[in-house]
Design a protein around this ligand. Structure first.
Ligand code: CTP
Ligand code: MG
Length: 228
């Protein structure tokens, strides 16, 4: 039987958001933003452990309560890039090579349990693994340096990658070790560099990544509707 482990990189500084604290610690419904992320992952019955990667210099984590999140373990091994944080987290996890690792951005706090379960069920014992993603709905434009349209890009078969991204621990570590970790923006692209083709599983619009200040109001509204 395969085991499922969640790995949550949360060692970023949130420079685009521009708040005094990293965005994963912004207050959302009385909790730090990433509390919601971790609680959702911990609520997925198939997931055995939820491993959080924070920065060794993190000054915020200890100010909040996390003991109500089952399965949580904390690794203070974040790196200079997201890929490096994931790589260090994988090493700290001490997973078996064929354990499934679901890497999920701390900043995607509106993920639903149902979407994670769809990812796990759809991939089954897939030979490669895959990720949640959304087909592009809008017409896509490529801009030139003056922010004028230089081309319309056919949207056929274009998808926007989300997380979780789910791969076997051994192969993911091998893929990330091939680097370069400073240009790998998601696990799938590292796996693709091995010549493999991750499967795309339909995600959900609500699973967006809080990136800019305007995203916070949307996350608040979504979490409020979920509480009913
Ligand atoms: N992340 C990380 N280690 C890094 C950089 C990012 O663990 N060195 C994490 C972030 O904390 C976040 C996820 O990777 O949960 C996705 O990254 P992103 O949304 O880009 O977050 P930041 O890098 O913090 O934001 P920005 O790029 O605006 O600075
Ligand atoms: Mg970033």
């Amino acid at each position: 039987m395969s085991r499922y482990l969640a790995l949550v990189p949360a060692a970023g500084s949130g420079s685009r958001f521009g708040a005094p604290s990293p965005k994963q610690y912004l207050q959302l419904d009385g909790k730090p933003l990433m509390w919601h992320t971790l609680a959702t992952l911990a609520a997925v019955p198939a997931i055995e452990r939820v491993a959080l990667v924070i920065s060794p210099g993190d000054e915020w984590f200890d100010s909040y309560r996390w003991d109500d999140i089952a399965k949580l373990e904390v690794h203070r091994v974040g790196g200079a890039s997201r890929a490096e944080s994931v790589q260090n987290g994988l090493a700290a996890l001490a997973a078996a090579d064929d354990d499934w690792v679901l890497v999920h951005d701390a900043a995607r706090c509106c993920l639903s349990v149902a979407a994670v379960e769809r990812l796990i069920a759809t991939l089954g014992d897939d030979a490669v693994g895959g990720l949640l993603a959304l087909p592009v709905a809008d017409t896509v434009k490529r801009a030139n340096a003056e922010q004028r349209v230089s081309a319309t890009v056919p949207r056929e078969r274009l998808w926007l990658a989300q997380t979780p991204q789910m791969f076997r621990a051994g192969r993911l570590a091998e893929a990330l070790a091939k680097g370069p970790v400073d240009i790998i923006t998601d696990e799938a692209s590292a796996i693709e560099q091995l010549g493999l083709q991750p499967r795309l599983v339909e995600g959900e619009a609500q699973n967006f990544k809080v990136t800019w200040p305007r995203d916070l109001a949307l996350a608040k509204a979504l979490l409020a509707t979920r509480r009913g």
